[in-house]
Design a protein around this ligand. Structure first.
Ligand SMILES: *Cc1c(COP(=O)(O)O)cnc(C)c1O
Length: 301
């Protein structure tokens, strides 16, 4: 799968002598975008090999992974079941663009309370679920497992070895693990967590084969899916200037962080940065509905 690296031309980059490219993983597929495509690739092959007919996975109401699994599952002939966080959605998921999309592509929902959802990796909970929905191949939340990391090791290619820094948004950590485990020793990986909390560092350290990485944890904007007018304006301006759309939950926060760090001279003159556009654009519709309710500026589409 060949994905292009797009050079970003903006005055601040010229002024600071920093080169920035975006790897357009968002263009991999119209509906299975970015890292979710990478993470599902070997999992779907494994499910096929094991003879499963159904996939079961987990996600919240705006989950890119839920949308991607529904689409990819249908394409490959699997029945898909989504365990969705939030019982209150049971009666009004029709108002949610992500869940509507997943449903249109054949996903069956199983709504659970937040406390049950927290048991998503618990063996007994999973057995109970399978008693209800039938046997199935279980893809963890965010699609992250060893096969997902294997898929994400295919993001970087031989032509990317010139870059000094590789940057990626971080959710569950699967994507950055793929980058860490496939980067060259002279490259530094910076992850930008989209959520609050330090637990990610430990999770990543357990599976990282190298220590050439760091999490830059101050650009989460208050937590997962939290946004403010400043972030929305940044994303809209970036789109106007580069014609590249960013999502508000992951890639928007990462690039906001990268530009803030460039302004603060965190990178030496001559540094070459490759930022991964991990996709997630399906989430814009749902975010705009939420922004409208809060009287915040909307994302340009
Ligand atoms: C899911 C997602 C991430 C986070 O990936 P992890 O492997 O869970 O860390 C980053 N960016 C986008 C657009 C995503 O949809």
């Amino acid at each position: 799968m060949l994905v292009s690296n797009q050079k970003i031309d903006l005055p601040i980059l010229e002024e600071k002598g920093v080169t920035l490219y975006l790897k357009r993983e968002d263009t991999i597929h119209p509906h299975i975008s970015g890292n979710k495509y990478r993470k599902l690739k070997y999992n779907l092959l494994e499910a096929q090999k094991l003879g499963h007919n159904s996939l079961l996975t987990f996600g919240g109401a705006f989950s890119n992974h839920i949308a991607a699994t529904a689409y990819a599952g249908k394409e490959k002939g699997f029945k898909t079941i989504g365990v969705i966080r939030g019982e209150e959605l049971k009666d009004n998921w029709h108002n949610n663009p992500t869940l509507n999309f997943a449903h249109e592509h054949g996903m069956e929902f199983h709504f659970v309370s937040r406390s049950d959802y927290r048991r998503k990796n618990d063996k007994i909970f999973l057995e109970g679920l399978q008693n209800v929905v039938g046997e199935c191949y279980i893809v963890p939340e965010g699609g992250t497992n060893a096969l997902a990391v294997k898929g994400c090791m295919e993001i970087l290619t031989e032509t990317d070895t010139n870059f000094d820094f590789i940057c990626s948004a971080v959710g569950t950590g699967g994507t950055i693990l793929g980058l860490i485990n496939s980067a060259k020793p002279h490259q530094t990986i910076w992850g930008f967590p989209a959520l609050k909390g330090d637990f990610l560092t430990e999770d990543i350290r357990k599976f990282a084969l190298n220590d050439n990485w760091e999490l830059v944890s101050k650009y989460h904007f208050g937590g997962y899916a939290k946004v403010d007018a400043n972030l929305i304006n940044f994303i809209n301006t970036f789109k106007k200037e580069t014609e590249i759309p960013l999502d508000p939950i992951y890639t928007g926060k990462m690039l906001f962080g990268i530009f803030d760090l460039i302004k603060k001279d965190a990178f030496k003159k001559g540094t070459q940065i490759l930022a991964i556009h991990t996709g997630g654009l399906q989430g814009i519709k749902g975010m705009n509905l939420a922004l409208k309710k809060r009287n915040l500026p909307l994302l340009d589409v």
